[in-house]
Ligand binder design. Structure first.
Ligand code: URA
Length: 213
C-alpha cells in the first residue's frame, strides 16, 4: 500500500467518525469521494443524494450519468479523475447544504485536495464554486452564472492551481440550455489539461518505445 493510500484510509475513517455537523445523524453512508489519488483533475460537487447515500459513492445517480457523458467530452475516464463533494453526508430530502455544513466538512475537503494535489479543480454548482474560489482560494465569487466557464488561477495551499467553475450536472438534467453550457465548459476543460508529455518534461515518441530514441 502506498503512502497516499494509507493517508486516504485515514481520511475515510475520520469522515466515518465525524460528528462535526448534524448530517451524520440522518445519513445512511458517508460519501468521502473516489477516484485516482494521482488525478490531474478533481471534481467537487455539492452533497450526496439518495443513491449516493445508499451506496457510499459519489455521483452514481442521474446527475452521475450526465457527469460520465461530460467526462468523455473532456477526454477523461471516471477512474482517472477524483470526485468528491463539499458536504460528505446527505442533507435530508436533498435540500441544499448550509454554509455551516460546508464549513464543518471543510477540514475533510482540504485534506482531500492536499492529498490528491490536482492540477485542475472543477467546481460543480454554486456551493462548491463559492467554497473553493472564496474560502480556499481567497478569490471573489460572483455566483455560478457569472463565474462558469471562466478558468481562474488561484493559490491553493501554497501552489497556483487552475479552477474551472461550472454548473451542477443536476441543474442541467431537464434544462437543455444549461446542458449546452456544461458541454462547452467540459470541452474547455480538455484544453486546460496539461498533456502528460509536458508534465514529465520529455516528449516520448515511437522510437523511445522501441528503445531507439
Ligand atoms: N450531487 C452531488 O452534488 N454530489 C453527488 O455525489 C451526487 C449528486
Amino acid at each position: 500500500m502506498s503512502e497516499k493510500e494509507r493517508e486516504w484510509g485515514k481520511i475515510v475513517l475520520s469522515i466515518k467518525n465525524c460528528t462535526a455537523c448534524p448530517l451524520h445523524k440522518t445519513r445512511t453512508h458517508p460519501v468521502p469521494g473516489e477516484g485516482s489519488l494521482n488525478a490531474k483533475v478533481m471534481f467537487i460537487g455539492e452533497a450526496p443524494g439518495r443513491r449516493e447515500d445508499e451506496t457510499g459513492r459519489p455521483f452514481v445517480g442521474a446527475a452521475g450519468k450526465l457527469l460520465h457523458e461530460l467526462l468523455s467530452l473532456a477526454g477523461l475516464r471516471r477512474e482517472e479523475v477524483f470526485i468528491t463533494n463539499v458536504v460528505k453526508c446527505r442533507p435530508p430530502n436533498n435540500r441544499d447544504p448550509t454554509e455551516e455544513e460546508v464549513e464543518a466538512c471543510s477540514k475533510h475537503t482540504k485534506k482531500i485536495i492536499k492529498l490528491v494535489d490536482p492540477e485542475i479543480i472543477v467546481t460543480l454548482g454554486n456551493h462548491s464554486g463559492r467554497y473553493i474560489v472564496e474560502v480556499v482560494g481567497g478569490g471573489e465569487w460572483r455566483g455560478v452564472t457569472r463565474s462558469r466557464g471562466r478558468p481562474l488561477e488561484l493559490r491553493i495551499f501554497g501552489a497556483v492551481r487552475k479552477v474551472l467553475p461550472t454548473y451542477h450536472p443536476a441543474a442541467a438534467l431537464y434544462n437543455p440550455r444549461l446542458r449546452a453550457k456544461l458541454e462547452e465548459d467540459f470541452r474547455m476543460l480538455k484544453k486546460l489539461i496539461t498533456p502528460q508529455e509536458k508534465l514529465s518534461g520529455k516528449r516520448r515518441n515511437l522510437l523511445d518505445f522501441l528503445g531507439k530514441g
